[in-house]
Design a protein around this ligand. Structure first.
Ligand code: GYE
Length: 352
């Protein structure tokens, strides 16, 4: 009898515990739900709503790009529904579909890669939501989007090569180039690579001996540097003054963005190699402040600007397409080149 009483007691305690846990979980769920509802930006449907899908925050350049869009939206009283795709295309597709469900007025996105956008753009078109492509280009039917705003990557590649042709005008050659590229299948890598090859192709002394993908990341730039410089340390610990790849002397490092270049410089520093006056010519693209500082400190030879400030121009285009007006197929940003021959005192702060 005593035994049964004990058993019933135990069952009572367990069921009370189970009930309270269920009640607790229920309230927790309500709390999360209400919090989630609160997170959805309370957008005022009177004002223009822009759905913006950004690829991530892989570089100082990218962060500035995002900031310039938020700043310009605030100045133009445009509300933003923002998504950071963490470098994944499937996240961008999901975000654009959520913008369609949300019935935003305009969609703008930075396509991490060139292909795979036709279906979702067709869905936006079917929902009568105009789309603007930002920063990188896509291979899709042009009727599926209103236009593009960003940089002319081909011209950036040409500028890097024109600097090199001038720098090596008196050298017999061969001039061996080691290229560090960014995200595979992205339009910007293909454009910079083709513009660069177009110009160096005018002189046979220039040879690209290898291209290594650094995914636009500083950490990858460092790894590539470590891979190359590891073979530079002689038995007695001294380092030679020349970098080799597969026993071929490297005369030029052409890096597709500053983050990878700065990662490479990190590696040189770690290998106690002072890039100043080092035999290898280093050319980079983006012109973030830390890279310009490296240039003025003699660690780099040339930095081609890629202007991340798309915000103001994008908001003007957003307003136009929201009114049903057409916009130019392509709108390019203004860009320049910084080299070791400049008067550095004339440089303004880069802001990124
Ligand atoms: O050069 C790099 C970023 O798409 C132009 O992406 C942009 C590039 C830029 O990761 O820093």
């Amino acid at each position: 009898m005593q035994f049964m009483k004990g058993k019933i007691q135990k069952i009572k305690i367990i069921s009370i515990a189970a009930c309270s846990i269920t009640v607790f979980l229920f309230f927790l769920f309500i709390l999360i739900l209400s919090n989630k509802k609160q997170k959805q930006p309370q957008l005022n449907s009177e004002k223009l709503i822009l759905g913006f899908s950004q690829i991530g925050s892989e570089s100082a350049w990218r962060t500035r790009n995002t900031d310039s869009i938020f700043e310009a939206a605030a100045e133009n009283d445009i509300q933003i529904l923002f998504d950071d795709a963490q470098q994944k295309q499937e996240n961008q597709l999901k975000a654009i579909r959520s913008f369609i469900v949300y019935q935003v007025d305009v969609i703008a996105f930075v396509p991490i890669v060139e292909d795979g956008w036709d279906n979702v753009l067709q869905e936006a078109k079917d929902a009568n939501i105009p789309v603007i492509v930002v920063d990188r280009k896509i291979k899709a039917n042009q009727s599926l989007y209103a236009g593009f705003i960003g940089e002319n990557g081909v011209e950036e590649g040409r500028r890097a090569a024109r600097y090199l042709l001038n720098k090596c005008r008196n050298s017999e050659g061969p001039v061996n180039i080691f290229e560090i590229t960014g995200t595979e299948n992205s339009s910007i890598v293909e454009e910079r690579a083709s513009g660069f090859r177009e110009i160096i192709g005018t002189d046979s002394k220039f040879r690209i001996i290898h291209s290594e993908n650094g995914d636009f990341l500083r950490s990858r730039g460092r790894e590539i540097g470590d891979m190359l410089l590891a073979s530079n340390v002689l038995e007695n610990g001294n380092t030679t003054n020349t970098i080799y790849y597969n026993k071929q002397k490297i005369d030029v490092i052409f890096s597709h963005n500053d983050s990878m270049t700065l990662g490479f410089l990190d590696s040189m520093e770690a290998h106690k190699i002072n890039p100043k006056g080092y035999g290898t010519i280093i050319i980079s693209i983006d012109a973030e402040q830390e890279s310009i500082d490296a240039l003025t400190n003699g660690k780099l030879n040339c930095v081609v600007e890629c202007n991340p400030n798309h915000g103001q121009m994008l908001m003007q285009l957003v307003k136009q397409v929201a009114k049903g007006e057409s916009i130019p197929r392509i709108t390019y940003n203004y860009e320049t080149v910084f080299t070791e021959d400049d008067n550095f005192s004339k440089y303004d702060p880069r802001g990124y």
